[in-house]
Every structure is written in structure tokens, then in C-alpha cells.
Design a protein around this ligand. Structure first.
Ligand SMILES: [Fe+2]
Length: 279
């Protein structure tokens, strides 16, 4: 039973085509599962509640559509040589403190009290391998418990956020703590839906980046902490192999002292490669 959309005049052909295809897919599902009137009403009530609770982006995320649309938008010829894009997520804040490299994303006290201090170093490079000086590495992450500062009254303003300017060799470096994974939107309609179909709401631990440099396309991505229990089942399906960090644990006391740490820490080197802007 094919549904043709009857219109007086086709004004937006692309939107018409998408609406027609979507309608066909919805009809197919209703027919295949013989969806009952009660089920359809509860689906409509669910979507209404998603709107009331402002969870459509969250629903798009957990259905994997946000990552899919992002992938399609950034599919390009240099795929093997540039850093993979990823979704920005809802917790970015503009105007984080602008600092020179090497930087520190939290207080000395937070680092000293952490289970695992963390150092991340690398370069911002052009796709041809040339360093990009004065690039802005805008970084934001959750704390060890998986909380972002703007959702946690116990953290200082702009904690674990910074805009780090790369040096003449395109290098950036920062000290921080290893972020924890977190559950997304568990209490609302989307979380209840996930629970009902037997899916979890965990995101594996990650660090977000937005890298801006003159004459290059902006890169928004996130990198993942390896060996996270949720790395193979991210609730939003954002994990890409190229974005999983290679962490090394440093036990050497002299290395610890070099960074001002009093315990073993993790370090990783990760380079970001940007695509030159086409004018
Ligand atoms: Fe995040």
C-alpha cells in the first residue's frame, strides 16, 4: 500500500521526496508489525513528551542520527589524512579562558587529589603535515565522576574548559584529570524508552575539541579514553577507531616531578589534522 502525497503544487521537491519516503517507511513498519491503535497513540504521546521535555536532540543522538548526519556532512576526499569529525554535543560553552600552551584545565588541588592526572600533547597540522601556529584548541571535558561544570554546582566556572593557542610549531599541551563516562538524559522520556527496549544510556569517557585556525576548516571532534567499559556500546554511537587515544601510564618519579605530580599519571600524544579552507 504505497502512499502518494497529494499536493496542489510541488514547491520544495527535496522536502517532498523526503516526506514521501519517510511516510512510506512509517507505513511499512505499521504494516509489518500490525501496530495497534493503542500502540500508535502511545507512540504519539511519547513524541509529544519528547517535545515538552526538549529531548528531540537527545532522541536523535540515541537513534544514531546525529552522528550519521555529521558523518555525511564531513565526508571528504582526504579522509585518510585528516582527523575524523564528531558531533559537538550539548555541553559546549563558548568563550572558555584563552590561554597559551602549556595549559592546565583545572586547579592544582583537583589534579593532586585525582586518581589519575592526565597530560595531553600534540600538534595541530595541515593535511600536508605542516604545523599550524596560533590555532585555537578549544577543549571541554567532564570531571572524573563524569560531570561537566555547567551541570555541577560544585565545580568552578569554566572548570575543565580552555581555549589553548598553539605555539610556533603548532603544539598544544595541557594538564588535566582523566574524565569519567556518564549517562545521558536518563530521567526523561528518551531514557525511559531506552530502558524499556533494554539499552543503556552510557557514554564512554571522552574529551571534546573544537579547533579553529585561520584559512582552515573548523574541526569539531571528540577523543576517547581506551578500555572504557562502554567503548563498544556508546549510547550515541560516536566512537571511531581513529579517535581512541593511546594512553601511556608514567610511573617514573622524575617524569612525575617534571609535571608537578605526586603520583603516576597518564599521557597521550594526539595530532589534529585540518583541511585548508577552499575560497
Ligand atoms: Fe561529552
Amino acid at each position: 500500500m504505497d502512499q502518494k502525497l497529494v499536493v496542489v503544487e510541488k514547491k520544495d521537491q527535496r522536502l517532498y521526496d523526503i516526506a514521501e519516503k519517510l511516510t512510506k517507511h512509517i507505513h511499512d513498519v505499521v504494516i509489518e508489525y500490525k501496530v495497534t491503535e493503542e500502540e500508535w497513540i502511545s507512540a504519539i504521546e511519547f513524541l509529544t513528551e519528547v517535545g515538552v521535555k526538549n529531548e528531540y536532540i537527545l532522541l536523535s543522538d540515541v537513534m544514531g542520527v546525529s552522528v550519521l548526519v555529521n558523518d555525511l556532512a564531513h565526508h571528504h576526499d582526504h579522509e585518510e589524512h585528516v582527523t575524523d569529525h564528531n558531533v559537538e554535543g550539548p555541553l559546549y560553552r563558548a568563550n572558555a579562558p584563552l590561554v597559551k600552551t602549556p595549559a592546565q584545565l583545572c586547579t592544582d588541588e583537583a589534579i593532586l587529589n585525582s586518581e589519575q592526572p592526565y597530560v595531553m600533547v600534540g600538534q595541530v597540522l595541515s593535511v600536508d603535515g605542516n604545523p599550524i601556529p596560533n590555532a585555537i584548541v578549544d577543549v571541554w571535558q567532564a570531571d572524573e565522576k563524569g560531570d561537566y561544570e555547567n551541570e555541577d554546582p560544585n565545580q568552578p566556572e569554566y572548570n575543565l574548559r580552555a581555549r589553548i593557542e598553539t605555539d610556533a610549531k603548532g603544539r598544544y599541551e595541557f594538564k588535566s584529570v582523566l574524565p569519567g563516562g556518564y549517562e545521558i538524559g536518563k530521567g526523561g522520556p528518551t531514557g525511559k524508552f531506552l530502558n524499556r527496549i533494554g539499552r543503556h544510556a552510557w557514554r564512554p569517557a571522552h574529551i571534546h575539541f573544537k579547533i579553529v585556525a585561520e584559512n582552515f576548516n573548523e574541526l569539531t571532534t571528540m577523543v576517547f579514553i581506551p578500555n572504557d567499559p562502554w567503548i563498544d556500546s556508546d549510547a550515541i554511537g560516536a566512537v571511531k577507531d581513529s579517535l581512541i587515544l593511546d594512553l601511556k601510564q608514567v610511573d617514573s618519579v622524575s617524569e612525575q616531578q617534571k609535571y608537578g605530580f605526586n603520583k603516576a599519571f597518564s599521557i597521550t600524544e594526539y595530532n589534529f589534522k585540518l583541511i585548508p579552507e577552499v575560497n
